[in-house]
Write a protein that binds this ligand. Sequence first.
Ligand code: NAP
Length: 338
Amino acid sequence: MMVKARKYVVRKHFQGLPKRFDYEVVEYELPPLEDGEILVKAEWISVDPYLRAFNRHTPVPYDQFGYQIGLVVESRNPKYPKNCRVVSHKGWCDYVIIEKNVLEAETEAYKLPDLQGLPDVLGIDAIGMVGATAYFGFLHICKPKAGETVVVTGAAGAVGTLVGQIAKIKGCKVIGIAGSDAKVKFLEDELGFDKAINYKTEDINSALKEAAPKGVDCYFDNVGGEISSIVMGQMNDFGRVSVCGSISSYNEDPRQMPQATIIQPSLVFKQIRVEGFLAGRWAKPINHWPAAFEELLNWVKKGDIKTKYHITVGFDKLFDAFVGMLNGENLGKSVVKV
Ligand code: NAP
C-alpha cells in the first residue's frame, strides 16, 4: 500500500514561545513495510511541555516527537495485527511506520492497554506517560502519608490534576496553585481539592499560609521559579519536594533565567529533601508502568480520579494546541484529535 504521510519537522531552536515558522509540515511517501514493521494511522496526538523543554537540547532539524495513539492499518508483525491500537513516541505525524526494534523494546511503542471500555485518549493521559509521571513522581518521591498537607503547582493541568486526586485518595489535604479563577473553581468544585490559589491574582505567600496554617509536608513542583521558593519557604520539618518540571522557565532565554528567592536556608533548617525525576526512570530497565496503569485505571473506573481534556481537532492545529497549552489555555490534558 502506497501512503502519503505528513509530519512536523522542527527547523529552528525556539526563541521564547515557539513560532509557526519554526516548524515545517513535510509531505512524503512512505516506503513499503519491511518484515516486523507496522503502519499506523494516528488518531490522538499529545502536546506536552517537554516538547518545548527538550528543544534546547536537540540538534535541528528533527521530527517533532511526542506521544500518540494510532490504529494499525497494515502489519508485518504478528504481535501487532491490523486494527489494534498502539501508543508510540512517533509524535506529530498522521501516518507512520514503526520499526521492528522499536516494537520489540516495548517502551517507545506498546499496545494500547485494555481500557475496559473507557475512551482511548486515556492512553496519552492517566493511563500513559502523564499518569506514570504523577503516580511515580508523587508516590515514590513525596511518599505522602494520610493527614499530611500536599501542594501541587500546575494544578489544573494534565499531571497536576492527577497528582492532586492521588493525594486525596491517600487521605491528604490538597492545595492546588493554578493560573485562572475558572481553574481554581474546577479544582475545588469538581476535583475535590481542599483549596486552590490563583497565582496570577492572589498573594501566594499569604494565601498559602491561610490554606496551610500547619505548614506543607509534600510539594509536587511543576513550575519552578518564585512560586516554588514561596512554597518551599512554608514547609515542615522533613518535608519532601518532587521536582517534576519548571514550566515557568521553558520559554525564557537560558542565558538570562529569572531569579528566585534562595531556598537553601529552608532546606537546611527544615531538613527538606528535594528530588528531581524523569518518568522514564520507572520504565527501564524494568518496566513498572503497566502496574501503575492498572491501579490508575481502577481509580478512574471507581470515579476516584476524574479526567478532563482540552481537545483540539485537526492535524493542522497541532501547533496552535501546543502554544495554547504553553499559554495555559488548557484545563486538564491537552490533546489533538486527528
Ligand atoms: P499542563 O500542566 O497540562 O500544561 C501546562 C500548564 O503550565 C499550563 O496549562 C499553565 O497553566 C502552566 N503554566 C504555563 N506557564 C506557566 C508559568 N509561567 N508559571 C506557572 N505555570 C505556568 O502540562 P503537563 O503535561 O501536566 O506538565 C506539567 C509539568 O510536568 C511540566 O513542567 C512538564 O515539563 C512536567 N513533566 C515532567 C515529566 C517528568 O518525567 N519529569 C513528565 C511529564 C511532564 P496555568 O494556567 O496554571 O498557568
